[in-house]
Design a protein around this ligand. Structure first.
Ligand code: SPV
Ligand code: MG
Length: 290
């Protein structure tokens, strides 16, 4: 049954189902658990948030093995599927497929690769974006699909045509090539503040493969619009990182200025920290084994 299915199968069902589904960003073991406890059926291991959480830029400054360590903590504390933001795959087809192998070994359910050049730049920044050669990126996808061991492991091809300023025709040409290469879904990204680019794409795309979106900049678009346009998966991509960042800034500032801990109402109790760490589980086991 679904309840006992593998995480890869769960992610496959989320992506391939007709219904609009949502996954939420996490960037370490604790935030991953928080996403699961909130009720989400899946986790977006955001490149922006994982790198920001490590204090570095979102342009492949953290190595892929460093990210693998982060992902391992996220997988350890959760049972819902994790979709890794795999950026460009950290090299050519061989580097990308080897990452796929390592992700499978660590219980990660899928990966998203974007059609840019290593080292990538975050899509929401102002700088110029260089796209990968279509054939080369398609072959990278094909190599990864050929190499995965679990047939349900999901590979999402992320098209950056709109981000790089190339427009609809380019986006359609690319996504069709990635579909032919055997990808499981396409992610079409836009940094506009409205839904028009995405809408223009999905109208012509016509459900050839499930469509994934990241509505960070067009967040004012009602979720009903996504549903109406048959979006398969929406990613809330960075909001736990941004929420915690603001809370940490406010808390550090207040404690620094007041030189005391009075009136810190917006922080979790130590008890809550222990609960999330599952201290209780260890206490039980101590009784049994110590
Ligand atoms: C991320 O969350 O790292 C993403 C989405 O790739 S974006 O920041 O919009 O590029
Ligand atoms: Mg990213």
């Amino acid at each position: 049954s679904l309840l006992f299915s593998k995480r890869t199968t769960k992610l496959k069902n989320l992506i391939q189902s007709k219904d609009l589904e949502f996954i939420m960003e996490a960037h370490n073991g604790l935030s991953a658990l928080i996403v699961q406890e909130a009720g989400f059926k899946g986790i977006w291991a955001s490149g922006l948030s994982m790198s920001a959480g490590l204090g570095v830029r979102d342009c492949n400054e953290a190595s892929w093995t460093q990210l693998l360590e982060v992902l391992e903590f996220m997988a350890e504390r959760t049972t819902i599927p994790i979709l890794m933001d795999g950026d460009t795959g950290f090299g050519n087809y061989n580097n990308a497929r080897r990452l796929v192998r390592k992700l499978e070994e660590r219980g990660i359910a899928g990966v998203c690769f974007e059609d840019k050049i290593f080292p990538k730049r975050n899509s929401l920044g102002d700088g110029a974006q260089e796209l990968a050669n279509i054939q080369e990126f398609s072959n990278k996808i094909k190599a990864c699909k050929d190499f995965q061991r679990d047939k349900d492991f999901q590979i999402v091809a992320r098209c950056e045509s709109f981000i790089a300023g190339w427009g609809l025709e380019n986006a359609l040409e690319r996504c069709e090539a990635y579909r032919k290469a055997g990808v499981d879904a396409v992610l079409i990204h836009s940094k506009q503040s409205d839904f028009t680019e995405i809408e223009s794409f999905v109208k012509v795309w016509n459900n050839r493969l499930p469509v994934v979106i990241v509505p960070t900049n067009y967040y004012k678009t009602p979720t009903e619009e996504f549903r109406k346009h048959n979006i398969s998966l929406a990613i809330w991509a960075n909001h736990n990182l941004r929420a915690s960042l603001k809370a940490m800034q406010d808390t550090s500032k207040q404690i620094f200025e007041r030189q005391n801990l009075i009136g810190l109402d917006n922080i979790a109790s130590v008890k809550e920290v222990f609960r999330l760490q599952n201290e209780e589980g260890l206490e039980k086991d101590d009784k049994k084994y110590l």
